[in-house]
Write a protein that binds this ligand. Sequence first.
Ligand code: NAD
Length: 260
Amino acid sequence: MLKGRSAIVTGSTSGIGLEIARTLARSGANVMLNGFGDSSQIKALRSSLAEATGVRVEYSSADMSRPDQIAGMVAEAAAAFGAVDILVNNAGIQFVAPVDEFPDDKWSQILAINLSSNFHAIKAVLPGMKHRQWGRIINVASAHGLVASPFKSAYVAAKHGVVGLTKTVALEVAETAITCNAVCPGYVKTPLVEGQIKDQARVHGMSEHEVVREVILASQPNKRFVGLEELAQVVLFLCSDAAASITGTALPVDGGWTAR
Ligand code: NAD
């Protein structure tokens, strides 16, 4: 379906981003991976994915808190593939603390990685997409882009910002064949959530088992984590021609969380 297209997936050395990158590659798109991790593991991931799918798999170590490195990553992908047709802004971090105890540096870091990186990457890919008159921008926001939870001030503010940015970009390019959408997952069991389980246990003074049952999945009516492959398939659909009229949306994939 995506043969001949090329994609960047930020934060794709782990969790949701990795599954999205795999899914886009299996659908025929060349993929630039990005994110932190052990260099030999990343090298092995690149070659196994390229071998399994037959597409080109590149890697950028760009730090999503650094606008210069984001622009460099986009330039590198455009040079390697000839174009960037699909941008998935997925890199993200979390930190949990009451707002009056929230460390200033964590606030700035979360806003930079979870929100500003989306702006910088979109700004860098849009001229090429406009030139070719086709593009798909998918921002991995969160149910926390639509509703709030206590102790997550920076994350909730950043993800609400991602939803606003998504709508603005969509309107600006609405007359082209470029779409910009946000996906808003509920809880997906990835290293990021495993970290949150530990943090929430500390904040609430509960066991990790109690946190999963009574805190994390308390807000998710279907009482199960969202599957990685479910989310990746939604992103793939948004990349398809069938989704050409879907733009500016914030699509919940959250087991009913934001239906409340
Ligand atoms: P994860 O921790 O498994 O993966 C995060 C990825 O981002 C990793 O590849 C990491 O190396 C990369 N990353 C972190 N900081 C970076 C930086 N400064 N520069 C470049 N890469 C960086 O997390 P995940 O759960 O897969 O989350 C991915 C996205 O999905 C995030 O934006 C997160 O907010 C969002 N999300 C996750 C859940 C969930 O339940 N896991 C729910 C809703 C939204």
